[in-house]
Design a protein around this ligand. Structure first.
Ligand SMILES: C[S@@+](CC[C@H](N)C(=O)[O-])C[C@H]1O[C@@H](n2cnc3c(N)ncnc32)[C@H](O)[C@@H]1O
Length: 358
């Protein structure tokens, strides 16, 4: 489809350079050339795909889940500018006729103050736009299935990127953000990182098998216990490793053993189902720890954070992931995925699963 030559990628504000480096590298590896544009702090990057290839083809080739710093992506028409306040529906509908068939339309904004202030406008606009597009025959009836979802990426009432995302190769969450409610009884806010990691990496229908009651887990750098709390909520038995104090209510569940030991020295007496690690350390050291756990078969699944350095954040993450992949290359199909989650700040979260985890 012509005109769809720009990929718009949403990311955490401040991480536009990482998002841009990553898409340039991943696209080139898949045979797509182009150039990124970004403004620091805007919460998105545009990547212009050189013709004859299009952004649609790029999205059909690259696996969305392979991107670490992209929360959502859209193949867009040239940006709609100077939209008249009196009638935005007509120009948007005219442009939408150039998109692949969609049965659904949603609106995203950047994860910035200006973006958040536009959310009310977006809701109202989409609820007027959807019936208008259906009446004009530009949007399929709701009950029909389509491979594409129509997106508006709204910069202001006058400026909108209009495009599509593949339903099966994009984020299903508005703006690529999973908004979770903080559980009042959890000992720390970082509890949401582990919960979001599970939502992103493990399909919900596999939770009862892969995050199951009765499993044994080790939490490295556990205090005060936000991650341990999630494991306990799932009915697991947890060994919490930290010199710091654990939350008392959590200890009273009887499901937690607290050991004041060094995470980098501790070894479990018997293999466990899960190892999670939120220790604030240099990413290279965490990487070596994870490799040690995997090679010794100490855990079948791991969720761990790689804390990002001040500079060279993208190359550092790539290097750590490559080290893990090459260390486990002849170990028969370990799976490694990484993402900068919404609840992550200067870090990315990884999930590593043993070959028998399918
Ligand atoms: C970011 S906090 C963990 C927060 C925890 N995941 C939660 O949800 O409450 C990092 C923890 O790692 C611990 N830590 C740092 N170095 C460690 C080490 N070498 N061994 C064990 N714990 C360590 C710190 O004491 C701190 O409690």
């Amino acid at each position: 489809m012509s005109g769809l030559d720009t990929l718009v990628l949403l990311c955490r504000p401040g991480f536009e350079p990482e998002c841009a480096s990553e898409i340039s590298e991943v696209a080139a590896a898949a045979g797509f050339y182009g150039y990124p544009r970004l403004d620091q702090g805007e919460g998105y990057v545009t990547f212009y795909v050189h013709p004859p290839a299009t952004a649609l083809e790029l999205m059909e080739t690259v696996r969305f889940r392979s991107l670490i710093f992209t929360r959502q992506w859209l193949a867009c028409l040239p940006k709609l500018e100077d939209l008249p306040a009196k009638d935005r529906l007509t120009p948007v509908a005219e442009a939408a006729a150039h998109l692949p068939a969609c049965a659904e339309v949603v609106a995203d904004t950047a994860d910035t103050t200006e973006g958040r202030e536009l959310r009310g406008f977006c809701r109202k606009f989409v609820s007027a736009l959807a019936p208008h597009l259906r009446k004009e025959g530009v949007l399929l009836p709701r009950k029909e299935k389509s491979a594409w979802r129509m997106h508006l990426f709204v910069l202001s009432g006058r400026e909108i990127w209009l495009g599509v995302a593949p339903v099966k190769n994009s984020s299903a969450w508005e703006g690529g953000i999973l908004r979770l409610k903080f559980p009042a009884r959890a000992p720390s806010r970082s509890t949401l990182k582990l919960e979001e990691a599970w939502h992103w990496f493990i399909p919900k229908h596999q939770w009862d098998r892969l995050i199951a009651p009765g499993m044994r887990a080790v939490d490295l750098g556990a205090a005060p216990g936000g991650w341990t709390w999630q494991l306990v909520e799932r009915g697991m038995f947890v060994t919490a490793i930290d010199n710091g104090p654990m939350n008392e209510d959590l200890m009273e569940t009887g499901q937690v053993e607290h050991l004041r030991e060094d995470a980098f020295v501790y070894a479990p007496a018997k293999p466990v189902d899960w190892m999670v690690c939120d220790v604030v350390e240099k990413p290279a050291r965490t990487t070596a720890l994870v490799i040690e756990w995997a090679l010794n078969g100490w855990a079948r699944q791991m969720v761990f954070n790689l804390k990002l350095p001040m500079k060279q954040r993208y190359p550092e993450v790539r290097q750590c992931l490559e080290r893990i992949e090459s260390a486990l290359a002849d170990q028969g199909g370990w799976r490694l995925e990484a993402r900068q989650l919404y609840h992550d700040r200067e870090e990315v979260t990884c999930w590593l699963a043993a070959p028998e985890i399918r």
